[in-house]
Design a protein around this ligand. Sequence first.
Ligand SMILES: Nc1ccn([C@@H]2O[C@H](COP(=O)(O)OP(=O)(O)OP(=O)(O)O)[C@@H](O)[C@H]2O)c(=O)n1
Ligand SMILES: C[C@](O)(CO)[C@H](O)COP(=O)(O)O
Length: 396
Amino acid sequence: MPPKSIAVIIVAAGRGERASVGGEPDPKQYRPVAGAPVLSRTVAAFLDVPEIARIVPVIHPDHSERYAGLGLSDKRLMAPVIGGDSRQASVLEGLKALAPHKPDLVLIQDAARPFASPALISDVLTVLQTHDGALPALPLTDTIKRSLDGALVATTEDRHQLFAAQTPQGFRFGQIFSAHMRAATVRRQFTDDAEIAEWAGLRVGMVMGSTDNIKITHPEDFARAERIVLGDSRMETRIGTGYDVHQFEAGDAVWLGGVRIPHTAKLKGHSDADVALHALTDAILGAIGEGDIGIHFPPSDMQWRGTASVVFLKHAGLLVANAGGRIVNLDVTIVCEAPRIAEHVPAMRAVIAEALGIVTSRIAIKATTSEKLGFIGREEGMVAMASASIELPRND
Ligand SMILES: Nc1ccn([C@@H]2O[C@H](COP(=O)(O)OP(=O)(O)OP(=O)(O)O)[C@@H](O)[C@H]2O)c(=O)n1
Ligand SMILES: C[C@](O)(CO)[C@H](O)COP(=O)(O)O
């Protein structure tokens, strides 16, 4: 089967009255979120999907200059068409503009939702393979009350079968075009295209929406949108480094990365002398400004004699958690001639992940030799270096 041609309608013909506190020169779809106008972000989200052949923006008759001022240009972006006095009427204008191009599928998107991800768009298109329509939606999480006057609670609704609808909503072009044409002849107003599809007897499948796929509706939604783009500005990323050396002495195994590795010698130390976990613990403590391992676990204190170094690592992890932080990634390099490290790396990552409560993909462990040079080359000892990247709440 040849690939289906996909078109997109972006409805941007509203006045954005609820998002206005008064005094803003522009309606919400032309106002910036982290430097880029909402409508430019929405268009870009769909231009990012190469399978999309054509995009038609639908704009308000008073906004032609504002639209031109966005400077949007792409060969897949059609000239804007003028919308109607309701969202439903604006969608119909978009469908009419697309009709001569005969797309197989159409995605209908609110300009006011700038964060439709490629994954969400792809999920909608997947459901459209087996249904007449596809709707991203989120299950409701609040208890739902009905009130007749907005002041007194009348009843509590069962939320378990209720979902909040999002866009893009996807349809077979011919089916939704004729459903919209018919819907335009009845007195009822429909708030989304899935409702028109349901009314026309089409089968609309659902996909899981996204909590980031917000519709900018009220003034405070701009701050939320900025946080989605920029991340949480109350957090900052810290970097810490760690370095440790231990000497070999007579023995039959070394502890490295929390794993016992049989060897012709052991590492000398007050604890289990796990040079890799010591460097890593120091890197974490360094990132959060908590000194070093010796301050927390002094070698002079007999209670730490022979202690498994994973105890030190867990303590550093606890300090991160208590500071409201989050480990972004950890990177450890072990320098030795022997033993061979590579086959033990998965076990080391598993021990560290378990100790810190993070996924193994955030942990890297590498090993190298020192080309027989120096004390490492003479197999007198071993070195480990580590770095840690940690997100912490700002405190300045
Ligand atoms: N006559 C209209 C009304 C709405 N929309 C578009 O439909 C989407 C969803 O509508 P909504 O968020 O309600 O936007 P507005 O109608 O602009 O908001 P308000 O009701 O606060 O004025 C928006 O992208 C909006 O631009 C449209 O194209 N034509
Ligand atoms: C289509 C929609 O985004 C689904 O949630 C929503 O209904 C559009 O907003 P409106 O305020 O109903 O126009």
